[in-house]
Design a protein around this ligand. Structure first.
Ligand code: ATP
Ligand code: MG
Length: 574
């Protein structure tokens, strides 16, 4: 390996945001503070993470992906996750139809013919070299597009990348002459892309990011408090992902082919299988847009051409088990975070598989109506799920490009905070019209500290002395059971389609009953932190309560009448 290049001076940097996935990569940059995903020379914004060598010439992206049919052994695909890993710990499932990973010189390697000529010796290339070559191509495409040499990038990584993997990625980028400004976690990049929109509110919220890719699905709960992101829980799944959906269509069309033509099973021949896979993926993508899609392959098996169609309902029926897997994954991570679905304000669908309308619709059933499901099929203003992470990375890159490399101290750590945060909410007790004490949250649970929040509390109608009680608050879920039905009529409730009839079963045993039990999030008043009396508040006046939670979790409460002088201030120790 060559020596590490000297980092460019902050003023000389040309920066991009990069996602580098097992299936696809993308490049984004910012124009007037807006993120834009760049197309490469083939016109692709989702660039397959694949390299292929034909007669010494290197192909990358979609061109390389096309070679999976004719040149699989010299094509390297699905390798990102192998970076920085021991050979023993990798899962080579997805490499059976292309170059196989092997152990050489103590590292994951691929043996391919990358030089010209029949006689040329094959090369055994370590994963670091493969990654560097691929990243070099991405940087080349970005530089061509921008008309200047790209020097630096923010790159997104999964939340479970190890320190070794991060170091390996930074080294591979270095080999490709690319300075890594920072590695940020994929879900946080997705949240950043949404929060950066002019209409995006940096409000306190709980966000679930469902990143559904090709070989893996990663779901994560993020607390966004005052623009600070804290990851509360993550889950990773390598079974329910885009390839599982491809597989379902491959099996479907292979069976149909055999039934119609009595031909040999196309899954038993490598080349037929590659064609079947390629077209199944295209059909799957078409089903995200339309209600019908065609499937057509020339010479699928034994020289027989095959053409067919499939509608979305049929697809959703045969793929139901995979869709249910996504549901379970999302539900499990909410639970893991110690939260309830009612606590979730937004669900961001990220990754290519998130284009699938059924998946977003299913998530809509899991969460209450108040939760925004941000996917193209449910929210017209949603950002393209395939572009979210690259956009977030580009925004972050433009934000930090002026910093000296040493000041971007976090660069080897994902910019995810494990900062201290308050466990319980902090708020005030107010008396409702019916005389009940109610909790008004000011600082939400999981808020990263230090934090400062202010609210205005209305004084009683006639004014006078107001007692402000600052307390901790916890939520609990209040369940109201429906009145039992007189007869079993509701069992006859019509079910719209086969897929719909089952999807509710995951979260309710009573899905056949029309009446569902009512679940609401209610606050419970916890221990009292402070009390302050504000005397002689004007009729119709308001009291301002400011809560400062310091880094050591001590709390400072300030109360004053809005528009009046003075006030009461008190500190409660952690
Ligand atoms: P991973 O690392 O999990 O392999 P990735 O992050 O590199 O994946 P993505 O581009 O997020 O890749 O996801 C790729 C998957 O998304 C593929 O299975 C692809 O078929 C699928 N996909 C892309 N576009 C669509 C679409 N419009 N509808 C359905 N699936 C799609
Ligand atoms: Mg991904």
């Amino acid at each position: 390996m060559s020596e590490k290049k000297v980092a460019p001076a902050p003023g000389d940097r040309v920066v991009i945001g990069l996602t580098f996935g097992n299936s696809n990569s993308s490049i984004a940059h910012t124009v007037d503070d807006k993120a834009e995903v760049i197309a490469n020379e083939d016109g692709d914004r989702q660039i397959p993470t694949i390299l292929s060598y034909v007669e010494g010439e290197e192909y990358y992206g979609q061109q390389a992906k096309n070679f999976l049919v004719r040149n699989p052994t010299n094509t390297v695909a699905y390798f990102r996750d192998f970076l920085g890993k021991d050979f023993k710990s990798i899962d080579p499932t997805h490499n059976h139809a292309s170059a196989h990973p092997q152990e050489a010189s103590g590292t994951v390697s691929f043996t391919i013919k990358d030089k010209e000529g029949e006689e040329a010796e094959p090369s055994t290339l370590p994963i670091a070299e493969i990654s560097a070559r691929y990243l070099r191509r991405l940087v080349g495409s970005a530089s061509d597009y921008l008309g200047k040499k790209v020097t630096s990038a923010v790159i997104t990584i999964p939340t479970n990348f190890t320190e070794k993997q991060k170091a390996a990625l930074i080294a591979a980028a270095g080999e490709a002459d690319l300075e890594v400004l920072q590695l940020i976690s994929e879900p946080v990049a997705a949240v950043l892309a949404y929060d950066a929109r002019p209409e995006g509110e940096i409000s306190d919220k709980i966000v679930v990011v469902a990143d559904l890719g090709g070989t893996r699905s990663d779901v994560c709960v993020v607390a966004s408090r005052g623009g600070m992101y804290t990851i509360l829980a993550t889950a990773h799944d390598y079974e329910f992902a885009g390839f599982a959906l491809d597989k379902i269509l491959m099996d479907h069309f292979a069976k149909e082919f055999m039934k119609k033509h009595g031909g040999k099973d196309p899954r038993e021949n490598a080349r037929s299988l590659a064609k079947l896979k390629q077209e199944s993926e295209a059909t799957k993508k078409a089903l995200s847009l339309g209600n019908n899609a065609s499937f057509s392959v020339e010479s699928l098996s034994e020289g027989i051409d095959f053409a067919s169609t499939i509608n979305r309902l049929r697809y959703e029926t045969i793929a139901r088990t995979v869709f249910e897997g996504f549901n379970r994954l999302v539900e499990s991570v909410v639970k893991k975070a110690g939260l309830d679905v009612l606590d979730v304000d937004e669900v961001i669908l990220s990754g290519g598989t998130s284009h699938t309308p059924r998946i977003a619709a299913n998530f809509g059933y899991i969460f209450p109506k108040t939760t925004a499901i941000l996917a193209p099929s449910t929210t017209p203003t949603a950002i393209n799920p395939s572009e979210l992470q690259a956009r977030g990375a580009a925004l972050q890159a433009s934000l930090i490009q002026e910093y000296e490399a040493d000041d971007i101290d976090q660069s080897t750590h994902a910019a995810v905070t494990t900062v201290p945060h308050v466990n319980n909410a902090i708020g005030v007790v107010s008396v409702s019209d019916s005389g009940e004490e109610v909790f008004i949250p000011i600082v939400q649970p999981e808020t990263a500290v230090p934090a400062r929040r202010t609210v205005h509390v209305a004084a009683p109608k006639d004014g006078g002395d107001v007692l402000i009680k600052v307390v901790e608050g916890n939520t609990h879920i209040k369940v109201t059971k429906p009145e039992p039905k007189a007869n079993g009529d509701s069992k006859a409730a019509k079910v719209e389609d086969a897929a719909d009839s089952d999807e509710d079963s995951d979260f309710s045993d009573e899905e056949e009953e029309e009446e569902e039990e009512k679940r609401e999030k209610v606050w419970k008043i916890g221990s009292t932190l402070a009390e302050a009396a504000i005397r002689g508040v004007k009729k119709g006046g308001k009291v301002e309560v400011t809560i400062n939670v310091n880094a050591d979790l001590s709390v400072v409460v300030t109360t004053r009448e809005v528009g009046a002088k003075g006030g009461v201030r008190g500190t409660i120790s952690a």
